[in-house]
Ligand binder design. Structure first.
Ligand code: C2E
Ligand code: MG
Ligand code: MG
Ligand code: MG
Length: 282
């Protein structure tokens, strides 16, 4: 009997595996169609100076305008994009829209997210500089967000890419800092402009994990200070978190407290209403 039950279980497992594979296949086919339909668009979320709330830039965040499910965030499909290699196509479609928007919004910087594998692709830096140039956008207004993993995958190569970009004024932000390897010894080897303190630590600043999160955030801020690197707190949702971060010496922040990711608005700032004249991108 035990054996029979065991077989049941393994059959059930097979079935689940098949269903999961089918779901992923479906998603991949959906993604290919979405690329054809040009169904990806950037949302923008403000990055602010914590001392006075001034908007200094925006992060561009990928959204999939899905026929059935509406606007989908990357958590639903980014893994499949990365595993299937579609991420590069999706990212380039998105980056083009980002620089087009920048051309119409003459203030502040915009940071774009780059998957590790994409970052290491042949001619990533050249291509990025070219699309900025094609759109007539000053590359100094463009920043890239990468994770620690992307740097350590192939450190010499990563340093070369970052130096090429840096040479043209494209600065690099280290995303989700604190969740990866955080081997402090590597940081000084790369031209990193800012660390983005992962939202889990910012969320942890209040509540049960208060002491640990506080210690971690302090350590990150001290490290950044020593290396002359800027800091951006991610996922700031409450005034209490903003105040704490500011008091600890974190200069910038991003999160629902200041503004949710939103479809492009024409002109500067996050508060403007979409223009009807050039509403092509929204
Ligand atoms: P990320 O780069 O760390 O982006 C921050 C995520 O936190 C975003 O999720 C954003 O919507 C969310 N967020 C912002 N403020 C708050 C807040 O106050 N509270 C909470 N709970 N969440 C907040 P999103 O847009 O779902 O993106 C998820 C991840 O997908 C990003 O994490 C990034 O790693 C990746 N991603 C986003 N856009 C792109 C893209 O264009 N290309 C690539 N390759 N990856 C992207
Ligand atoms: Mg990011
Ligand atoms: Mg992040
Ligand atoms: Mg993240």
């Amino acid at each position: 009997r035990a054996k029979a039950r065991g077989r049941d279980r393994s059959e059930r497992f097979d079935e689940e595996m098949r269903a999961e594979a089918m779901r992923l296949l479906d998603l991949e086919a959906d993604l290919r169609r979405a690329i054809q339909r040009d169904a990806f668009e950037p949302y923008f979320q403000p990055i602010v100076r914590l001392s006075d709330g001034a908007v200094v830039g925006h992060e561009a965040l990928l959204r999939w305008r899905h026929e059935l499910h509406g606007s989908l965030p990357p958590s639903e499909f980014i893994r499949v994009c990365e595993d299937s290699g579609l991420i590069e196509q999706v990212d380039w479609l998105l980056y083009r829209k980002v620089v087009a928007w920048m051309g119409r919004s003459p203030e502040g910087y915009v940071s774009i997210n780059v998957s590790p594998r994409h970052f290491h692709a042949e001619d990533f830096a050249e291509r990025l500089l070219r699309i900025a140039d094609d759109a007539g956008v000053d590359p100094r207004r463009l920043r890239i967000e990468i994770t620690e993993g992307a740097l350590l995958d192939d450190a010499p190569r990563a340093a070369r890419i970052l130096n090429t970009l840096r040479g043209h004024g494209v600065l690099a932000l280290l995303d989700d800092f604190g969740t990866g390897f955080s081997a402090l010894s590597y940081l000084h080897r790369f031209p990193i402009q800012a660390l983005k303190i992962d939202q889990s630590f910012v969320a942890g600043l209040v509540g049960e994990t208060h002491a640990e999160s506080l210690a971690l955030v302090r350590a990150i801020l001290a490290l950044a200070g020593t290396l002359g690197i800027d800091t951006i707190g991610e996922g700031v949702e409450t005034e209490q978190q903003r105040q704490l971060l500011a008091d600890l010496g974190c200069a910038y922040g991003q999160g629902y407290l200041f503004g949710r990711p939103a479809p492009p608005v024409e002109g500067r700032g996050a508060g403007r209403r979409p223009s009807r004249v050039s509403g092509k991108s929204s």
